[in-house]
Design a protein around this ligand. Structure first.
Ligand code: PLP
Length: 421
Protein backbone atom coordinates (compact mmCIF):
# COMPACT_ATOMS: atom_id res chain seq x y z
CA UNK A 1 0.00 0.00 0.00
CA UNK A 2 1.45 3.36 -1.10
CA UNK A 3 0.80 6.10 1.46
CA UNK A 4 -0.58 9.40 0.12
CA UNK A 5 1.67 12.44 -0.12
CA UNK A 6 2.53 14.40 3.02
CA UNK A 7 0.74 17.69 3.72
CA UNK A 8 1.07 20.42 6.27
CA UNK A 9 -1.77 22.18 8.07
CA UNK A 10 -1.99 24.49 11.02
CA UNK A 11 -2.57 21.39 13.11
CA UNK A 12 0.57 19.69 11.93
CA UNK A 13 1.63 17.06 9.50
CA UNK A 14 -0.57 14.38 8.02
CA UNK A 15 -1.10 12.26 4.98
CA UNK A 16 -3.69 12.45 2.24
CA UNK A 17 -6.03 9.57 2.77
CA UNK A 18 -6.26 6.88 0.17
CA UNK A 19 -3.98 6.03 -2.70
CA UNK A 20 -1.76 8.15 -4.90
CA UNK A 21 -3.52 9.14 -8.11
CA UNK A 22 -3.49 6.47 -10.78
CA UNK A 23 -1.46 8.55 -13.27
CA UNK A 24 1.36 8.76 -10.73
CA UNK A 25 1.36 5.01 -10.26
CA UNK A 26 1.46 4.41 -14.00
CA UNK A 27 4.37 6.79 -14.34
CA UNK A 28 6.43 5.09 -11.67
CA UNK A 29 5.63 1.65 -13.04
CA UNK A 30 6.55 2.62 -16.57
CA UNK A 31 9.99 3.88 -15.50
CA UNK A 32 10.80 0.99 -13.17
CA UNK A 33 13.14 -0.51 -15.80
CA UNK A 34 15.58 2.30 -14.97
CA UNK A 35 16.17 0.99 -11.47
CA UNK A 36 16.61 -2.55 -12.75
CA UNK A 37 19.10 -1.44 -15.39
CA UNK A 38 20.97 0.72 -12.90
CA UNK A 39 21.27 -2.21 -10.50
CA UNK A 40 22.73 -4.29 -13.32
CA UNK A 41 25.13 -1.50 -14.29
CA UNK A 42 26.30 -1.36 -10.68
CA UNK A 43 26.98 -5.10 -10.68
CA UNK A 44 29.02 -4.70 -13.88
CA UNK A 45 30.86 -1.63 -12.62
CA UNK A 46 29.42 0.53 -15.42
CA UNK A 47 27.41 2.88 -13.24
CA UNK A 48 28.81 6.40 -13.23
CA UNK A 49 28.53 8.81 -10.34
CA UNK A 50 29.42 12.41 -11.00
CA UNK A 51 32.41 13.92 -9.27
CA UNK A 52 31.91 17.61 -8.64
CA UNK A 53 34.58 20.21 -9.26
CA UNK A 54 34.34 22.93 -6.62
CA UNK A 55 37.08 25.13 -8.01
CA UNK A 56 38.23 26.22 -11.44
CA UNK A 57 39.62 23.53 -13.75
CA UNK A 58 43.21 23.65 -12.52
CA UNK A 59 46.23 21.34 -12.06
CA UNK A 60 45.34 21.15 -8.38
CA UNK A 61 41.57 21.30 -7.94
CA UNK A 62 38.91 20.80 -5.29
CA UNK A 63 36.87 17.71 -6.22
CA UNK A 64 34.05 16.41 -4.00
CA UNK A 65 35.38 18.62 -1.21
CA UNK A 66 38.95 17.30 -1.47
CA UNK A 67 42.06 19.04 -2.78
CA UNK A 68 43.60 16.76 -5.40
CA UNK A 69 46.36 16.76 -8.00
CA UNK A 70 44.16 16.63 -11.08
CA UNK A 71 45.30 14.18 -13.76
CA UNK A 72 41.95 13.87 -15.51
CA UNK A 73 41.17 16.97 -17.55
CA UNK A 74 42.03 17.76 -21.18
CA UNK A 75 43.28 21.17 -20.09
CA UNK A 76 46.61 20.49 -21.83
CA UNK A 77 47.89 24.06 -21.88
CA UNK A 78 46.19 25.21 -18.68
CA UNK A 79 44.17 27.74 -20.67
CA UNK A 80 40.89 27.39 -18.72
CA UNK A 81 42.12 30.01 -16.26
CA UNK A 82 44.47 32.03 -18.50
CA UNK A 83 43.99 35.76 -17.72
CA UNK A 84 43.94 36.72 -21.42
CA UNK A 85 41.14 34.26 -22.17
CA UNK A 86 39.09 35.39 -19.19
CA UNK A 87 39.55 39.03 -20.16
CA UNK A 88 38.47 38.34 -23.76
CA UNK A 89 35.33 36.53 -22.57
CA UNK A 90 34.34 39.39 -20.27
CA UNK A 91 34.94 42.00 -22.95
CA UNK A 92 32.83 40.02 -25.46
CA UNK A 93 29.93 39.92 -22.99
CA UNK A 94 30.19 43.70 -22.62
CA UNK A 95 30.26 44.23 -26.39
CA UNK A 96 27.85 41.53 -27.62
CA UNK A 97 25.83 40.26 -24.65
CA UNK A 98 25.64 36.71 -23.35
CA UNK A 99 24.02 34.78 -26.20
CA UNK A 100 23.00 34.76 -29.84
CA UNK A 101 19.49 33.30 -29.46
CA UNK A 102 19.64 31.91 -32.99
CA UNK A 103 21.16 29.25 -35.17
CA UNK A 104 24.06 30.27 -37.38
CA UNK A 105 21.97 30.21 -40.57
CA UNK A 106 19.33 32.63 -39.26
CA UNK A 107 20.88 35.45 -37.22
CA UNK A 108 23.34 33.55 -35.03
CA UNK A 109 26.50 34.38 -37.00
CA UNK A 110 28.28 37.38 -35.53
CA UNK A 111 31.35 38.99 -37.03
CA UNK A 112 33.44 37.34 -34.30
CA UNK A 113 32.20 33.87 -35.36
CA UNK A 114 33.56 34.62 -38.83
CA UNK A 115 36.79 36.01 -37.38
CA UNK A 116 37.32 32.82 -35.33
CA UNK A 117 36.80 30.68 -38.44
CA UNK A 118 39.31 32.70 -40.43
CA UNK A 119 41.80 32.37 -37.58
CA UNK A 120 41.26 28.61 -37.38
CA UNK A 121 41.78 28.21 -41.12
CA UNK A 122 45.04 30.15 -40.84
CA UNK A 123 46.07 28.05 -37.82
CA UNK A 124 45.43 24.78 -39.69
CA UNK A 125 46.80 26.06 -43.00
CA UNK A 126 43.54 25.46 -44.88
CA UNK A 127 41.36 27.57 -47.17
CA UNK A 128 38.45 27.78 -44.73
CA UNK A 129 37.04 26.48 -41.46
CA UNK A 130 33.59 26.08 -39.96
CA UNK A 131 32.85 26.05 -36.23
CA UNK A 132 30.14 23.69 -34.95
CA UNK A 133 28.78 23.42 -31.38
CA UNK A 134 31.16 20.72 -30.16
CA UNK A 135 33.72 18.24 -31.40
CA UNK A 136 31.09 15.55 -31.03
CA UNK A 137 28.57 17.49 -33.14
CA UNK A 138 31.25 18.23 -35.73
CA UNK A 139 32.07 14.57 -36.32
CA UNK A 140 28.39 13.73 -36.56
CA UNK A 141 27.81 16.65 -38.94
CA UNK A 142 30.64 15.81 -41.32
CA UNK A 143 30.08 12.04 -41.47
CA UNK A 144 26.35 12.45 -41.95
CA UNK A 145 26.58 15.21 -44.57
CA UNK A 146 29.29 13.74 -46.76
CA UNK A 147 28.42 10.04 -46.57
CA UNK A 148 24.77 10.39 -47.48
CA UNK A 149 24.14 7.42 -49.75
CA UNK A 150 24.19 3.66 -49.33
CA UNK A 151 26.58 3.68 -52.28
CA UNK A 152 29.20 5.35 -50.03
CA UNK A 153 31.75 3.63 -47.82
CA UNK A 154 32.84 4.99 -44.45
CA UNK A 155 35.99 3.24 -43.24
CA UNK A 156 36.90 3.72 -39.59
CA UNK A 157 39.61 2.66 -37.09
CA UNK A 158 38.13 0.43 -34.37
CA UNK A 159 39.34 2.76 -31.60
CA UNK A 160 37.90 5.95 -33.08
CA UNK A 161 35.97 8.25 -30.76
CA UNK A 162 32.29 7.59 -29.98
CA UNK A 163 31.28 10.69 -31.97
CA UNK A 164 32.74 9.15 -35.14
CA UNK A 165 30.92 5.91 -34.38
CA UNK A 166 27.64 7.80 -33.95
CA UNK A 167 28.33 9.95 -37.01
CA UNK A 168 28.85 6.88 -39.12
CA UNK A 169 25.63 5.37 -37.74
CA UNK A 170 23.73 8.47 -38.86
CA UNK A 171 25.42 8.43 -42.26
CA UNK A 172 23.66 6.38 -44.91
CA UNK A 173 26.98 4.89 -46.02
CA UNK A 174 28.05 1.29 -45.57
CA UNK A 175 30.49 0.97 -42.68
CA UNK A 176 33.75 -0.89 -42.46
CA UNK A 177 35.88 -1.03 -39.31
CA UNK A 178 39.57 -1.92 -39.45
CA UNK A 179 41.60 -3.21 -36.48
CA UNK A 180 43.45 -0.45 -34.67
CA UNK A 181 46.09 1.14 -36.94
CA UNK A 182 46.23 -2.03 -39.03
CA UNK A 183 47.32 -0.75 -42.43
CA UNK A 184 47.12 -4.16 -44.11
CA UNK A 185 43.43 -4.42 -43.18
CA UNK A 186 42.78 -0.86 -44.29
CA UNK A 187 44.41 -1.63 -47.62
CA UNK A 188 42.38 -4.84 -47.99
CA UNK A 189 39.15 -2.89 -47.47
CA UNK A 190 40.20 -0.25 -50.01
CA UNK A 191 41.18 -2.97 -52.47
CA UNK A 192 38.02 -5.04 -52.10
CA UNK A 193 35.76 -4.94 -55.12
CA UNK A 194 32.69 -3.99 -53.11
CA UNK A 195 34.40 -0.87 -51.82
CA UNK A 196 35.91 -0.11 -55.24
CA UNK A 197 32.40 0.09 -56.64
CA UNK A 198 31.40 2.68 -54.06
CA UNK A 199 30.31 6.14 -55.16
CA UNK A 200 32.73 7.70 -52.67
CA UNK A 201 34.88 6.39 -49.85
CA UNK A 202 36.06 8.13 -46.73
CA UNK A 203 38.67 6.91 -44.25
CA UNK A 204 38.26 8.37 -40.75
CA UNK A 205 40.82 8.24 -37.96
CA UNK A 206 41.55 9.93 -34.67
CA UNK A 207 44.89 11.79 -34.89
CA UNK A 208 45.71 10.89 -31.28
CA UNK A 209 43.60 8.12 -29.77
CA UNK A 210 41.84 9.30 -26.65
CA UNK A 211 42.12 6.19 -24.47
CA UNK A 212 45.65 5.06 -25.36
CA UNK A 213 47.43 8.27 -26.27
CA UNK A 214 49.00 6.76 -29.38
CA UNK A 215 49.29 8.57 -32.71
CA UNK A 216 47.68 7.44 -35.99
CA UNK A 217 50.16 6.36 -38.72
CA UNK A 218 49.09 9.32 -40.84
CA UNK A 219 51.78 9.14 -43.56
CA UNK A 220 50.76 5.55 -44.37
CA UNK A 221 47.06 6.38 -44.29
CA UNK A 222 47.64 9.36 -46.60
CA UNK A 223 49.51 7.07 -49.02
CA UNK A 224 46.72 4.52 -49.06
CA UNK A 225 44.06 7.18 -49.53
CA UNK A 226 46.05 8.65 -52.45
CA UNK A 227 46.50 5.27 -54.08
CA UNK A 228 42.89 4.18 -53.72
CA UNK A 229 41.29 7.59 -54.17
CA UNK A 230 39.61 7.79 -50.80
CA UNK A 231 38.80 10.97 -48.87
CA UNK A 232 40.65 11.26 -45.55
CA UNK A 233 39.23 12.80 -42.37
CA UNK A 234 41.44 13.17 -39.30
CA UNK A 235 40.03 14.04 -35.89
CA UNK A 236 42.67 16.06 -34.07
CA UNK A 237 40.71 16.60 -30.86
CA UNK A 238 43.63 15.47 -28.69
CA UNK A 239 46.38 16.78 -30.96
CA UNK A 240 45.36 20.40 -31.53
CA UNK A 241 47.40 22.47 -29.09
CA UNK A 242 49.56 19.43 -28.38
CA UNK A 243 51.32 18.15 -31.53
CA UNK A 244 52.93 20.03 -34.41
CA UNK A 245 54.37 23.53 -34.54
CA UNK A 246 52.39 25.80 -32.17
CA UNK A 247 50.01 22.88 -31.64
CA UNK A 248 48.75 22.79 -35.23
CA UNK A 249 48.04 19.05 -34.93
CA UNK A 250 49.05 15.75 -36.50
CA UNK A 251 49.06 16.99 -40.10
CA UNK A 252 51.75 19.50 -39.24
CA UNK A 253 53.51 17.01 -36.95
CA UNK A 254 53.98 14.63 -39.89
CA UNK A 255 54.64 17.43 -42.37
CA UNK A 256 51.61 16.49 -44.48
CA UNK A 257 50.35 19.98 -45.26
CA UNK A 258 47.84 19.88 -48.11
CA UNK A 259 47.53 16.10 -48.01
CA UNK A 260 44.67 15.68 -45.56
CA UNK A 261 41.48 17.13 -47.04
CA UNK A 262 39.42 17.17 -43.81
CA UNK A 263 40.83 18.10 -40.41
CA UNK A 264 38.55 18.11 -37.38
CA UNK A 265 39.51 19.97 -34.24
CA UNK A 266 37.96 20.72 -30.90
CA UNK A 267 37.86 23.97 -28.97
CA UNK A 268 36.92 22.07 -25.81
CA UNK A 269 40.25 20.55 -24.82
CA UNK A 270 43.58 22.38 -25.18
CA UNK A 271 41.74 25.54 -26.28
CA UNK A 272 40.00 25.70 -22.91
CA UNK A 273 36.43 26.58 -24.00
CA UNK A 274 33.90 24.55 -26.01
CA UNK A 275 33.24 23.83 -29.67
CA UNK A 276 34.43 21.87 -32.67
CA UNK A 277 35.52 22.80 -36.18
CA UNK A 278 36.22 21.47 -39.63
CA UNK A 279 39.27 22.89 -41.40
CA UNK A 280 39.10 22.17 -45.11
CA UNK A 281 38.27 23.88 -48.41
CA UNK A 282 35.95 26.82 -48.98
CA UNK A 283 33.51 24.54 -50.78
CA UNK A 284 33.47 22.17 -47.78
CA UNK A 285 32.50 25.12 -45.60
CA UNK A 286 29.80 26.23 -48.05
CA UNK A 287 28.45 22.69 -48.38
CA UNK A 288 28.26 22.05 -44.63
CA UNK A 289 26.53 25.37 -43.97
CA UNK A 290 23.67 24.19 -46.19
CA UNK A 291 23.59 20.52 -45.16
CA UNK A 292 25.06 19.79 -41.71
CA UNK A 293 22.12 19.13 -39.42
CA UNK A 294 23.77 19.94 -36.06
CA UNK A 295 24.92 23.23 -37.63
CA UNK A 296 21.50 24.00 -39.11
CA UNK A 297 19.33 23.07 -36.17
CA UNK A 298 21.25 23.98 -33.02
CA UNK A 299 22.09 27.52 -31.90
CA UNK A 300 25.48 29.16 -32.15
CA UNK A 301 28.12 29.76 -29.51
CA UNK A 302 27.71 32.70 -27.20
CA UNK A 303 30.10 35.57 -27.95
CA UNK A 304 32.14 34.90 -24.78
CA UNK A 305 33.03 31.42 -26.03
CA UNK A 306 34.00 32.73 -29.45
CA UNK A 307 36.20 35.47 -27.99
CA UNK A 308 37.81 32.96 -25.61
CA UNK A 309 38.79 30.77 -28.56
CA UNK A 310 40.27 33.68 -30.52
CA UNK A 311 42.32 34.59 -27.44
CA UNK A 312 43.41 30.93 -27.13
CA UNK A 313 44.76 31.05 -30.69
CA UNK A 314 46.73 34.20 -29.77
CA UNK A 315 48.21 32.33 -26.80
CA UNK A 316 49.17 29.34 -28.99
CA UNK A 317 51.02 31.71 -31.32
CA UNK A 318 52.68 33.76 -28.61
CA UNK A 319 53.41 31.33 -25.78
CA UNK A 320 55.05 28.25 -27.32
CA UNK A 321 56.72 27.60 -23.95
CA UNK A 322 53.40 26.14 -22.78
CA UNK A 323 53.61 23.32 -25.31
CA UNK A 324 57.24 22.74 -24.40
CA UNK A 325 56.34 22.48 -20.72
CA UNK A 326 53.45 20.12 -21.52
CA UNK A 327 55.81 17.69 -23.26
CA UNK A 328 58.48 17.95 -20.55
CA UNK A 329 55.85 17.14 -17.95
CA UNK A 330 54.43 14.30 -20.03
CA UNK A 331 57.86 12.75 -20.50
CA UNK A 332 58.79 13.08 -16.85
CA UNK A 333 55.55 11.52 -15.66
CA UNK A 334 55.53 8.69 -18.20
CA UNK A 335 59.16 7.78 -17.44
CA UNK A 336 58.37 7.86 -13.72
CA UNK A 337 55.45 5.47 -14.14
CA UNK A 338 57.53 3.11 -16.28
CA UNK A 339 60.38 3.14 -13.76
CA UNK A 340 57.92 2.14 -11.06
CA UNK A 341 56.99 -0.85 -13.22
CA UNK A 342 53.56 0.23 -14.49
CA UNK A 343 52.33 -0.81 -17.93
CA UNK A 344 51.72 2.44 -19.85
CA UNK A 345 50.57 0.72 -23.03
CA UNK A 346 51.08 2.38 -26.40
CA UNK A 347 51.15 5.98 -25.22
CA UNK A 348 53.21 8.53 -27.16
CA UNK A 349 51.53 11.74 -25.97
CA UNK A 350 50.52 13.45 -22.70
CA UNK A 351 47.66 10.89 -22.41
CA UNK A 352 49.15 8.04 -20.39
CA UNK A 353 47.10 4.97 -19.50
CA UNK A 354 48.13 2.66 -16.68
CA UNK A 355 46.83 -0.74 -17.72
CA UNK A 356 45.44 -2.74 -14.81
CA UNK A 357 43.40 -5.37 -16.65
CA UNK A 358 40.37 -5.53 -14.37
CA UNK A 359 37.47 -3.08 -13.95
CA UNK A 360 37.08 -3.52 -10.19
CA UNK A 361 40.82 -3.20 -9.59
CA UNK A 362 41.04 -0.07 -11.74
CA UNK A 363 38.25 1.46 -9.69
CA UNK A 364 39.97 0.52 -6.42
CA UNK A 365 43.22 2.01 -7.70
CA UNK A 366 41.48 5.25 -8.61
CA UNK A 367 39.64 5.40 -5.25
CA UNK A 368 42.86 4.71 -3.33
CA UNK A 369 44.69 7.47 -5.18
CA UNK A 370 41.83 9.87 -4.57
CA UNK A 371 42.08 9.23 -0.82
CA UNK A 372 45.77 10.12 -1.14
CA UNK A 373 44.96 13.36 -2.98
CA UNK A 374 45.50 12.30 -6.61
CA UNK A 375 42.67 12.16 -9.12
CA UNK A 376 43.15 9.69 -12.00
CA UNK A 377 40.17 8.28 -13.87
CA UNK A 378 39.36 4.55 -13.89
CA UNK A 379 38.18 3.31 -17.29
CA UNK A 380 36.59 -0.11 -17.54
CA UNK A 381 34.85 -2.34 -20.01
CA UNK A 382 33.05 -1.56 -22.36
CA UNK A 383 34.79 1.82 -22.88
CA UNK A 384 37.99 -0.19 -23.33
CA UNK A 385 38.39 -3.88 -24.20
CA UNK A 386 38.30 -6.60 -21.51
CA UNK A 387 41.81 -7.10 -20.14
CA UNK A 388 42.70 -3.48 -21.02
CA UNK A 389 40.91 -1.83 -18.09
CA UNK A 390 42.99 1.05 -16.85
CA UNK A 391 43.53 4.38 -15.21
CA UNK A 392 43.93 7.21 -17.66
CA UNK A 393 46.10 10.18 -16.79
CA UNK A 394 46.63 13.45 -18.61
CA UNK A 395 49.28 15.88 -17.43
CA UNK A 396 49.11 19.55 -18.36
CA UNK A 397 51.53 22.42 -18.81
CA UNK A 398 50.22 23.75 -15.50
CA UNK A 399 51.47 20.91 -13.30
CA UNK A 400 54.61 21.68 -11.32
CA UNK A 401 57.43 19.17 -11.04
CA UNK A 402 56.50 18.85 -7.35
CA UNK A 403 52.87 17.97 -8.29
CA UNK A 404 54.10 15.18 -10.54
CA UNK A 405 56.65 13.87 -8.03
CA UNK A 406 53.96 13.72 -5.37
CA UNK A 407 51.58 11.98 -7.78
CA UNK A 408 54.25 9.36 -8.62
CA UNK A 409 54.85 8.67 -4.91
CA UNK A 410 51.14 8.05 -4.43
CA UNK A 411 50.96 5.82 -7.50
CA UNK A 412 53.78 3.78 -6.01
CA UNK A 413 52.14 3.51 -2.59
CA UNK A 414 48.63 2.63 -3.79
CA UNK A 415 49.84 0.48 -6.72
CA UNK A 416 52.00 -1.60 -4.34
CA UNK A 417 49.14 -1.92 -1.88
CA UNK A 418 46.98 -3.43 -4.61
CA UNK A 419 49.72 -5.68 -5.96
CA UNK A 420 49.74 -3.93 -9.36
CA UNK A 421 53.50 -3.36 -9.13
C1 PLP B 1 36.77 14.70 -26.95
C2 PLP B 1 36.73 14.22 -28.31
C3 PLP B 1 35.72 14.64 -29.18
C4 PLP B 1 34.56 15.48 -28.71
O1 PLP B 1 34.92 16.81 -28.55
P1 PLP B 1 33.98 17.78 -27.73
O2 PLP B 1 34.37 19.13 -28.22
O3 PLP B 1 34.25 17.56 -26.29
O4 PLP B 1 32.57 17.43 -28.09
C5 PLP B 1 35.78 14.22 -30.50
N1 PLP B 1 36.77 13.41 -30.93
C6 PLP B 1 37.74 12.97 -30.12
C7 PLP B 1 38.81 12.08 -30.65
C8 PLP B 1 37.74 13.35 -28.78
O5 PLP B 1 38.69 12.90 -27.96
Amino acid sequence: MVPGPKFHTARGEGRVRGKVSSTQIKMSYSLSFLQEDIAQMKVEGRFIELKVLESAQEPVSIVNGKKVINLTSNNYLALTTHPKLKKAAIQAIKDYGVGTAAVRTIIGTMDIHQELEQRLARFKGTEAALVIQSGFATNVAVCQSLMNSDQDFLISDELNHASIVDGSRLAKAQRKIYPHKDMKSLQAILESSESRNARRRMVVTDGVFSMDGDIAPLPEIVDLCDRYEAILMVDDAHSSGVLGRNGKGTVDHFNLKGKVPIQIGTLSKAMGAIGGYVASTQSMRDYLISTARPFLFSSSHPPSVVATCIAALDVLENEPQRIKKLWENAQFFKEGLKKLGFDTGMSETPITPIIVGDTAKAKKFSDGLFQEGVFALAIGFPTVAKGKERLRTIVTAGHTLKNLETALEKFKKVGKGLGII
